[in-house]
Design a protein around this ligand. Sequence first.
Ligand code: PXP
Length: 238
Amino acid sequence: MRLAVNIDHIATLRQARGDQQPDPVAAAHIAERAGAEGVVCHLREDRRHVQESDVRRLRQTIKSKLDLEMAAVEEIVRFAMEVVPDLVTLVPERREELTTEGGLDVRAHLPLIADVVKQLHEKKIHVSLFVDPVPDQVEAAKASGSDKIEIHTGEYANAQSEDEQRRHLQHIRQIAELGKRLGLGVNAGHGLTYDNVLPIVRISSIDEISIGHAIVTRAVFVGMERAVREMVQLVKSH
Ligand code: PXP
């Protein structure tokens, strides 16, 4: 399993003062040095953290893979086609949310999503769809022509009891296996922490996990390099 590090909240800290520091691109370089095998950022329509210039600098300077999270809207699709990240992960976006709050409803928006997948494929950009752990959505993802899914682990992360957590974990495992059977790459992410990541790491059908908030908050106390190294150790422990 690979760890991809999301650097959005380094940019959140920078935007708090409208200054140049801390630089999310420098954080990405440190993450790579510490063993991250991918860098993730979310260019939101409201540009609340990552800016276009950050994505361009990431594209030019990182050595691992760049995964651009974005909504399936024309302006950002055009931007992605110009910058050509290694992977685009399509996510739903609502301006008032604090973070991405659920998976894409691929089934309901299949023609639109299939069209965006086709446009991105013309530039040889791989596409992943962020979906809840629900079979219908994985089958719709396959029908859209996407290359991968990213399983939303938020409900697992927010479970209020061990029983509930076990149930969500079981769904995630089944969905990861279904994704593989359909020939899709399988990523997972959202809300994963140093405390809850191990059961996810043990799911062999998951290729990559994407973690941001937990790593950046730990980095405030121990530094980015150590925060990433500690997570890499957990991810590589199985
Ligand atoms: N995957 C997706 C699709 C996301 O939108 C996010 C949050 O930006 C993450 C993973 C990372 O979530 P977290 O910051 O909770 O680790």
